[in-house]
Structures are given as structure tokens and as C-alpha cells.
Design a protein. Sequence first.
Length: 146
Amino acid sequence: MDINFWNFNHIMQTKRTKVEEVKIDLVNDEFPEAKQEVMETFDAIAQSIKDGDINKLISLHAYSPKFTEFKNGDPRNSSDANEAHERNVFGSVTEVVKFNANDLQIAVYGDVANVTFHSDFHLKFEENLVIVNDQISLLFVKTENG
């Protein structure tokens, strides 16, 4: 018994390995898997607009008291104002002719990501074509729901 006990302790001591701590650099690390997840969510946003699925579009927002938005130099919007605006605007689109996000960049910082791009959207409202060329920033936050 003593020999087996000694062998067990000896084996356990020799099998121990040192675990190195991995340092995460939130500013410089790229997080490719998270970037892919953000891109998939961005694609879902675009598809909901193309499909005219406003409820899907709204469901992809993280509305809370922290939600904030600037638009065209107007005062800051709350989540309620944003939802009303998006339902009104995107709910009135009769055709998405073009929906390009040029120079798109995704910057992931852990559970938060910033997406910036230049929009080249051609949207029809009945017979009226509206072209939206703007600089857009979207803030993504990973939650329990995705």
C-alpha cells in the first residue's frame, strides 16, 4: 500500500503543469469570432429592413435608459423616440433598391462593439426614391439574448 501511495503522489506531482494567464488587450486584440457575430447581427438588421420586418428590426435593439442617438444635429433621441422614428421611416419603405454599407469597420471591445460605415442606401417610399449617404455608427452590446 505504501508503494502505491508513493507512486500516486509521484505521478500527480509530475503531471502538474503551470497554467499561464492569457492577457486580453481590449484595445488592440481583434476578436475575430465576436466580429463575425456582430457582422451576422448587422446582416440581420439589413435583412429585416429589406424584408420590411419592422418588428424584427426593433427586436435587434437594446432599448433601455442608456440608449442614445444623435441624428442630423438634432437633440439626442431616447429609445422611445428611436423606435417611433424607425417604425415610421422603415415601416414606410416600399422597396430597398440598394443597401450598401461602405468602408464598414467593426471594432470589438469585449462585450461591446462599435460598427462604423458610410451608408449608400437607396430606398423607395411609394414612387419617391430617397438616397441616404451618411456616416453611421452603431453600438453593439452582447447580452444574454445575443
